[in-house]
Every structure is written in structure tokens, then in C-alpha cells.
Design a protein around this ligand. Sequence first.
Ligand code: NAD
Ligand code: UD1
Length: 340
Amino acid sequence: MILLVTGGAGYIGSHTLIELYRAGHTAVVVDNLSNSNPESLRRVAKIIGVTEIPFYKTDIRDREGLEKVFSKHHPDACIHFAGLKAVGESVEKPWEYYENNISGTLVLVDVMRRHGCKNIIFSSSATVYGDPAEIPITEQCPKGQCTNPYGWTKSMLEQILTDIQKADPAWNVVLLRYFNPVGAHPGGTIGENPNGIPNNLMPYITQVAVGKHPELGIFGNDYPTPDGTGVRDYIHVVDLAAGHVSALQAIRRRCGLAVYNLGTGHGYSVLDIVNAFQRVNGVQIPYTIRPRRPGDIATCYSNPAKAQKELGWKARYGIDDMVRDSWNWQRHNPDGYPEE
Ligand code: NAD
Ligand code: UD1
């Protein structure tokens, strides 16, 4: 298949490109580079052994720009990663988040249908479950109250894409709810490149390890979890990337609307992650216990059985691989990708 990959220069998109090419697909990338660097695409091309990945520095809100890409490449399906994703920033700038993520997706989907491309895989998040009604979380678990505008953009876009598919059954819409992506390609040349001080746990830990911050703050140790710290379903980004290739099967068999959790089904606490990082990498991570972070929940992990049953997809990497590969990327690229 020929895939349009929006946001393909970013963290998950760049890893997904590798898995797509390995599976015999080709891709064209559209990214406005608002949170990424084109060096990631050059490194991806090197990993997969092609001279370059077709790339357009285009915003998904730019209808004319998208029209040109569709007219030239005629993609069969779109894997839609493009979006703003910083939870805290979304609270400060809700308009920017709704406008970028929702308006952008509306333009994208309109251009897609005008070109007869009615297959989309959408990057959603476990955040749509809010404080989940059941653990482990199945896809049947009702969606919940999001605690920030970023989360609401995911929840609303799920609804918008669901309604579009309902109105026109020619659409195939696959909603992938990611749990907590971490890790990097084992080669250590591509990985997560957060702007400023990371909000998420793993990039914060690797930045402490590389000396950018003196210590990790652990947000609360009084949760009702085995050691009191928050429990999450961390998933290696290479497994997550492979999940997108598997999701193409759902499109091939004309799934209509399909929703899948992409997680491992295992919950690890913050202290589990810190301890695994120290043990596997031989690097100490000093930490202090801080107050709980507003909006956090105690425990969140998936039941990934549906993706296994219907797509034959299952996470292969464990926690040791995740902490090893996160560190491998960070220590070889302490400042991320070089500034262009
Ligand atoms: P990322 O920021 O690394 O990648 C997103 C890419 O989209 C960036 O390259 C950015 O430049 C691009 N982009 C943003 N707005 C755009 C626009 N208007 N037009 C064109 N390009 C635009 O983030 P990621 O971690 O790779 O996440 C990919 C997707 O998965 C996002 O939609 C994110 O919300 C979702 N997601 C991520 C996580 C996570 O923890 N990383 C978890 C759940 C869901
Ligand atoms: C966060 C987002 C969620 C998003 C997900 C994946 C919030 C409230 N939620 O989820 O919307 O989909 O990332 O990108 O931000 N922790 C620390 N110290 C830190 C950082 C984190 O103790 O410096 C703890 C947190 O309290 C949590 C765990 O580590 O228990 C994981 O945090 P994080 O990586 O931010 O992911 P989530 O909160 O699960």
C-alpha cells in the first residue's frame, strides 16, 4: 500500500515508517515540523536503505498543500499522527490545541474523501478512558472525562471519525488507543526528542541520566498501588509502530469502524521503571517524592487481547528492552537531533 503518514517526522511516526517499509509498503510524509526535525527522516531512510522518504513540509490545515500531495501520490490510506500532544501546554493554550488537532483533522479527512481515499488509522490515547471504570481496560470500557484539552481533542476526534464512518460506510476508520509509548529503535539513531523540559516519565529519567537535571521528581507515593507510585502500561515504540502495520489488515478486510488498545497488558509503577533503568543500564537516578500531579490517576493498563485476536499483534518487547533502548538513544544523542 501507499500510505500518507501525517506527523511522520515525529517520535512514533518515524518508528512506524521503518515497520511500514519492512512490511513492503511505501509512504509519503506530511509534517509541519512544529515538533520535529527532518533529520529523523534522513535517519529512517538510512535504516531502511532507501535514498529518501518522500516528504512535504506541509501543515494538515493547508488544504491546497494536501491536495497537491494527494494528486501526486494517490495514497491508499492515511496513518494520522499529526497533532499537538503536550498535556500541560494544552491547558494553557486550549484554542491552539483544538484548532490544530481538530481543524487539521477535518481538513485532512475532507481532502481524503475528495480523492477517494477513505481509509484512516488515527493515533488516539488511553487518555480517552479518563479515570477508567475497569482495570485492565478493554475497548468496551466507557470513555471518561478527560482532564485536559489535549485529551478532549482525542476523544472528540474519535467521535468525529466515528460519525463520518457511520454516515458513509465506505470509510474504514481504525482508532488506536496507545498506552505509554517509550523506548527507541535499537540502533539508537532515532528516538523521542522532546522540546524543553519533558513532561513524561521516561524522557525525564533519561535526561537525569545524561546530567541535564539533578534528579527525578516522583509525583506521589500514596496512590493505592503496590508501592504507592502511579502504575502505567509502558509499550516499546517499535511494538507500537508494528501495531500500525497490523492495523492495515483491518483496513484490507474493510473493517468499517474498529477500535484497538495498543499496550502490553502489564502495569509498572514509577519506581519499577526507575529500578529497571538503574539495573539494566548501570546508571543511578536520584529522585525525590513530590506531591501528586493534578489530573493523574493511580493505575492505567490495558487488556490488549482484542488486537491480538483480530490483528495477530502482540507486544514483544519487555521493560528491560524499553529502558535499555531509551537510554541507548539518549546517551548517543544527548541533545536530540541537531538543530537545522
Ligand atoms: P510528535 O510530536 O513527536 O509527532 C507529531 C508530529 O506531528 C510532529 O512531527 C509535529 O511536527 C507534527 N504536527 C503537529 N501538528 C501538525 C500540523 N498541523 N500539520 C502537520 N504536522 C503537524 O508526537 P508522537 O509522540 O510521535 O505522537 C504521535 C501521535 O500519537 C500524536 O497524535 C499524539 O497525540 C499521539 N499519542 C502520542 C502518545 C505519546 O505518548 N507519545 C500517546 C498517545 C497518543
Ligand atoms: C501522560 C498524559 C496522557 C498522555 C500520555 C502519553 C498527563 C496527565 N497525561 O500520561 O494524556 O496520553 O502521557 O503521552 O500528563 N511521573 C513522575 N515524574 C515525572 C513524570 C511522570 O513521577 O517527572 C509519573 C506520573 O505521575 C505517572 C507516570 O510517571 O504516574 C507516567 O507519567 P507520564 O509519562 O507523564 O504519562 P501519563 O501520566 O500516563
